[in-house]
Write a protein that binds this ligand. Structure first.
Ligand code: ZN
Length: 507
C-alpha cells in the first residue's frame, strides 16, 4: 500500500449515480489535490455480479471501475462495502429480508444465519473481481443490534458464561474475522472501521494483524483511539469527516477543525494515512458544492497550506460562501449538532413535512426569517444552478413552515378557504423542489429518491387539503387539531390518534 494513504471516500449508497464520467472527473480533481486514493462506499449500490443486471441502472459497474483504473493508475479506487451492519439496502430487498437481525427494522443482518456470511462472501468476490485495489474495506461499523435476535441473544449469553467474556465482542469477531481472512486469501489487504473494535476491546486481539483499521472520530481528536489500535498491533488510518450530514449545507469550520486534528495526530503517532469521509449526499446534500472543500482538505493532507475559503473564491463562489457560512448561526434549526440535520429529516425523510412546522418553531419566528433572507441573498449571488439550489432548498423549507403556520392559524379561525390557499403554496414548494432534485441528479450527483420524496410530500399535502375539506368543518362531531389532520396516519373518528398513544404502536 502506498503510504501515507491520502484518501477521501464518497458515500454512493444514498441513491447517488456516480456515473463513469463523474468518476473520471473526481479522479482527475483528486489527483490534482494530492489524493492517492478514492473510496467508493457502496453498500448495495453497485452492479454486483450476483444480482440481476439492469440495463437502465445508473449504478457503477465493473467495466466503469476498470476504465477509471486504466485512466488513473495513480489513484487507488477502493471498494468500501458492508457485510453485517449497514446492509439495509439488501435487507429491504425481496428474498433477503429473512437475513435481518430484526424483522423490518434497523440496518443489521443476523450474524448467526449462515446466509449472512454467504451474502458477504458474494459481495467480497464481486468487488474483488471488479476492483484491482490492494485494499478491500469490509465495513463492520455501527452493529448496534448485536445479540438482539433470539439465536444471537442465546449465543451472547452462552459466551458470557466464560470468565470476563464480552459476548458481543466474540459474536462480532466470530463473524468478521473469517471475512477479513477471506479477503487476505484473495491476495488483498482487508480494512475495517474501528468503532466496534473500540467499543468491544476484547475483539482487538483476534483481528488478523495485516488488517487496516479506519478510525473515524468526527467530533474529537483520534489520538486516544488510534493509539489504542496501534498498541493492539493494528495498522491504522485516521478518518475525519466533512460535516454535511448534520447540516443543511455543511459546517465548514467544524470540518476544518476535525481534519486539522486528524492531520496532526496522523503525523504525531505515524498512522498509515488519512481518509476524509463524506456522508449522505442524499436529502438535498448537493455533493457538487462540497468538492472545493474536499480539494482543499486534500491539499492540506498533502502538507500544503491551503485555506478552504480560497477554493470557493477561486471558482467565484466567495460571496455565496460568506453568506452560507452565516446560516448555522441564524437559526437554531441550522446549528451544528452531532446528528443528522433535523430540517432534512422532518422536511424530506419522514414522509410528513408538517413535522418541520410542528417541531422546528424557530423557523416560523424571526430566526427563520433572518435565515431565509440570507439564503435568498446567497441564491441570487451566484448563477451556478447547483449552488443556487443549495441555498434555495432550505429557503423553501422555511417558506413551507411559514405557509403551513399561516394555514394552521386560518384553520384555527375556521377560515378554511384561506387555509386551503396557504396549503396550495405548500404544495407548490414541493413542485419547485422536485425540479431542483432533477437538476442535482443530472449534475455531479444527486438522489433520485429525493425526487420521489418530493412527489410523495406533494400528494400528502393534497391529502391534507382533502382532509380539511372533508373534516375541517366539524362534520365528525369534533374538529381534529391541525397537526392531527395533517398527519399521514390521521383516521376519521379516531379522535385520540390512538396510534400515537403508545410508542410501541407506532412501528
Ligand atoms: Zn441474530
Amino acid at each position: 500500500m502506498k503510504v501515507p494513504l491520502k484518501m477521501w471516500s464518497i458515500d454512493v449508497a444514498r441513491e447517488q449515480p456516480v456515473t463513469r464520467l463523474n468518476l473520471a472527473n473526481l479522479c482527475r480533481l483528486s489527483l490534482e489535490s494530492g489524493y492517492n486514493a478514492i473510496g467508493l462506499y457502496l453498500e448495495h449500490r453497485f452492479q454486483y455480479d450476483f444480482l440481476p443486471k439492469n440495463p437502465f441502472s445508473d449504478l457503477l459497474s465493473a467495466d466503469d471501475i476498470k476504465k477509471a483504473e486504466k485512466e488513473f493508475p495513480e489513484i487507488q479506487i477502493i471498494p468500501m462495502i458492508n457485510v453485517l451492519g449497514h446492509t439495509e439496502g439488501f435487507l429491504r430487498m425481496e428474498g433477503y429480508q429473512s437475513l435481518s437481525e430484526e424483522p423490518f427494522k434497523g440496518l443489521q443482518a443476523c450474524p448467526s444465519q449462515p446466509g449472512s456470511a454467504q451474502l458477504a462472501k458474494r459481495i467480497i468476490d464481486s468487488v474483488a473481481s471488479a476492483f484491482h485495489s490492494e485494499l478491500i474495506h469490509i465495513g463492520g461499523d455501527e452493529t448496534a443490534a448485536l445479540g438482539v435476535c433470539p439465536q444471537c441473544s442465546a449465543k451472547v449469553a452462552d459466551f458470557e458464561k466464560g470468565p470476563d467474556c464480552d459476548g458481543k465482542a466474540k459474536l462480532y469477531s466470530d463473524y468478521h474475522n473469517p471475512l477479513l481472512e477471506y479477503v487476505k486469501s484473495l491476495g488483498r489487504t482487508p480494512a475495517i472501521w474501528g468503532d466496534m473494535l473500540l467499543e468491544h476491546p476484547q475483539s482487538l486481539a483476534s483481528v488478523p494483524k495485516e488488517t487496516v483499521v479506519f478510525d473515524w472520530q468526527y467530533f474529537e481528536s483520534p489520538l486516544k483511539t488510534s493509539t489504542v489500535l496501534l498498541e493492539a498491533g493494528l495498522r491504522v488510518v485516521t478518518c475525519p469527516t466533512i460535516h454535511a450530514y448534520n447540516a443543511s449545507w455543511l459546517h465548514l469550520d467544524q470540518s476544518q477543525s476535525n481534519v486539522s486534528a486528524h492531520i496532526e495526530v496522523s503525523r504525531q503517532i505515524k498512522t498509515e494515512g488519512i481518509c476524509l469521509t463524506t456522508w449522505e449526499p442524499g436529502l438535498m446534500g448537493m455533493m457538487e458544492t462540497w468538492i472545493p472543500a474536499i480539494l482543499a482538505f486534500g491539499k492540506q493532507i498533502s502538507g500544503e497550506k491551503r485555506k478552504v475559503d480560497d477554493e470557493y473564491i477561486a471558482i467565484d463562489q466567495g460571496e455565496w460562501l460568506t453568506l452560507m457560512k452565516q446560516i448555522p448561526e441564524a437559526a437554531p434549526s441550522f446549528a451544528y449538532s452531532g446528528t443528522r440535520s433535523s430540517v432534512k429529516c422532518r422536511f424530506l425523510l419522514y414522509s410528513n413535512p408538517f413535522l418541520l412546522w410542528l417541531r422546528n418553531k424557530d423557523l416560523i419566528e424571526q430566526h427563520g426569517e433572518t435565515a431565509r433572507q440570507l439564503l435568498l441573498q446567497a441564491e441570487t449571488s451566484t448563477t451556478h444552478p447547483v449552488y443556487r439550489a443549495t441555498s434555495a432548498w432550505p429557503r423553501l423549507a422555511i417558506e413551507f413552515c411559514q405557509h403551513a403556520n399561516a394555514a394552521s392559524l386560518h384553520y384555527a379561525n375556521s377560515n378554511l378557504g384561506q387555509c386551503q390557499n396557504e396549503l396550495q403554496v405548500c404544495r407548490q414548494t414541493f413542485e419547485a423542489l422536485e425540479r431542483m432534485t432533477t437538476i442535482q441528479h443530472q449534475g455531479l450527483m444527486g438522489s433520485e429518491a429525493d425526487t420521489w420524496r418530493c412527489r410523495n410530500a406533494r400528494s400528502h399535502i393534497e391529502k391534507v387539503m382533502k382532509n380539511i375539506r372533508d373534516f375541517g368543518d366539524g362534520s365528525l362531531g369534533y374538529r381534529p387539531s391541525f397537526e392531527h389532520l395533517s398527519h399521514p396516519k390521521f383516521v376519521p373518528h379516531d379522535q385520540g390518534a390512538w396510534w400515537l398513544v403508545n410508542s410501541w404502536a407506532n412501528e
